[in-house]
Design a protein around this ligand. Structure first.
Ligand SMILES: *Cc1c(COP(=O)(O)O)cnc(C)c1O
Length: 469
């Protein structure tokens, strides 16, 4: 399998060549030249597979330049009961008749990002051992992504993580999750500022190309192709768990922000998985819902982003969206370049009057948005009907999923975090806190390891110089 860029300016490359990278050299996103297809007979043969076996069957097609035995070992090492607290890795639980919850939040940070990032940690370590290279990952986080990345990279040879977070602005749980890590390759830098300051520092350091090259600075953001690939697996897993015959269709409801999760579902559908609808749910930050309803993709300014009770979906633009648009415009990189040029100059593009939008309307995507009141009502309703407590992000998905549900068609609602991460919202909805999984009871009491720094690029570069691998 060879990978190309959505902007058309990258020579076709192998999986291992694009593994450690973020953006393609031409500023686009990487995608396979062709999607592999899965026949109904192959699908039928996957029914009895364990999660690691299924992951291998699928990922082997995308990472075909990693020797099969090595890839198998990396996958087996990743998807364990020890890391995900359940043999199923992504267990499926009934919520109501014909409605299911696909549990993706049993990894170390209790959010779905662990499923991809835990594998990424092992893939990165493997790739760096092959080349003798090393990587200093620099990131900014307001909570979820940073902790997932740290738990994926802790203790990995050849990798150090420098994670910037706004000092005293994350929840106690999120802070404790990150700062309690004692691994010597993890560096928590609490910046005296807000999240945007952290992000600006990361940008400034990344734009210093000499520094970036000298200290092998990398990132682990959601545009990384391997993350999308790893997420394809659980769409197959969900389908296999709720269907009994090979052409049976299901729909998925997906709480969305950067379009990474649902992009994986879209690719699973392109591979031949019988998915009828991909139901995209946003919160009040409804950039993507607006697009699927109107054909207009209008990015927001950071001051226009609402801070909501499903904070991991508070986005101004959807960084993975270019992958989908590339396909929607017939894989013509010139059209993609023109559209993103327009985004830069005007802040939006409008496909409503183009044939592309007709194609998009037939692609299976439908969408809707959800408010704080909707989340509270949905958490209560699901709890009353099933006894299951869902988190605020998952509630956005369930709310919109139920609006687009078709009779007689299984609806799989993707769970993106455990309620324990968002205790205050659960108390507001139900009047009592959610259960914490075993081992997390005293998280906030553990000793914390972090350093407070100023909003100062030089100070942070200096810190990296002193602590880099
Ligand atoms: C990251 C995240 C999302 C959004 O996923 P995307 O891949 O960015 O669309 C939704 N819910 C939770 C809990 C998340 O952490």
């Amino acid at each position: 399998m060879r990978y190309i860029s959505t902007r058309g300016g990258m020579a076709p490359a192998a999986f291992s060549d694009i593994l450690l990278g973020g953006l393609a050299p031409d500023g686009g996103l990487t995608l396979p030249e062709d999607y592999p297809t899965v026949t109904p007979a192959e699908l039928a043969g996957w029914r009895g597979l364990s999660y690691p076996e299924l992951a291998f069957a699928i990922l082997q097609r995308f990472a075909d330049d990693i020797p099969a035995a090595d890839l198998h070992a990396l996958i087996d090492k990743t998807y364990t009961v020890a890391a995900f607290r359940t043999e199923a890795i992504a267990p499926v639980t009934p919520l109501a008749d014909g409605i299911w919850l696909l549990g993706l939040s049993n990894g170390p940070t209790l959010a779905f990002k662990d499923i991809a990032l835990q594998l990424l940690g092992n893939l990165f370590e493997y790739a760096l051992l092959q080349t003798g290279g090393h990587l200093n990952i620099l990131g900014a986080t307001s909570g979820d992504t940073g902790s997932s990345a740290e738990y994926a990279m802790r203790g990995k040879r050849g990798i150090r993580v420098f994670m910037l977070s706004p000092h005293r602005k994350m929840s106690r749980f999120q802070t404790a999750q990150m700062f309690s890590l004692q691994d010597p390759n993890i560096f928590n830098l609490a910046v005296r500022g807000v999240f945007d300051d952290c992000q600006d520092i990361v940008k400034a350091v990344s734009n210093d190309t000499a520094f970036k090259a000298r200290y092998s600075i990398g990132t682990v953001n959601s545009i990384n192709w391997a993350r999308v690939a790893a997420q394809i697996v659980y769409y197959f897993k969900g389908w296999l768990a709720v269907t009994t015959h090979d052409d049976q269709e299901v729909s998925f409801a997906v709480p969305s922000g950067n379009f990474g999760n649902i992009c994986a579902g879209y690719i699973a559908k392109r591979m031949g998985l019988p998915i009828r609808r991909l139901i995209l749910a946003t919160n009040e930050n409804d950039v993507l819902n607006e697009f699927f309803r109107t054909g207009i993709y209008r990015v927001r300014k950071s001051e226009q982003v609402a801070h909501t009770s499903s904070p991991s979906m508070d986005i101004s633009k959807a960084s993975n969206f270019e992958r989908f648009i590339y396909d929607a415009v017939g894989r013509d990189p010139a059209v993609v370049r023109a559209l993103w040029q327009q985004l830069d100059t005007q802040g939006f593009f409008d496909l409503s009057a183009t044939p592309y939008f007709q194609t998009i309307r037939q692609s299976g995507f439908v969408s809707g948005s959800s408010t704080h009141q909707d989340r509270m009502a949905t958490i209560r309703r699901v709890y009353q009907e099933s006894g299951i407590v869902i988190d605020t992000h998952t509630a956005d998905g369930v709310k919109v999923g139920l609006e687009h549900r078709e009779a007689d068609l299984p609806l799989i609602c993707v769970e993106t975090a455990l309620p324990a991460k968002f205790e205050e919202s659960i108390v507001e909805a139900l009047g009592h806190p959610p259960e914490r999984p075993a081992g997390y009871e005293d998280l906030e009491d553990l000793p914390q390891r972090f350093e407070v720094v100023d909003v100062d690029v030089n100070q942070i570069q200096d810190y990296i110089v002193r602590h880099a691998d």
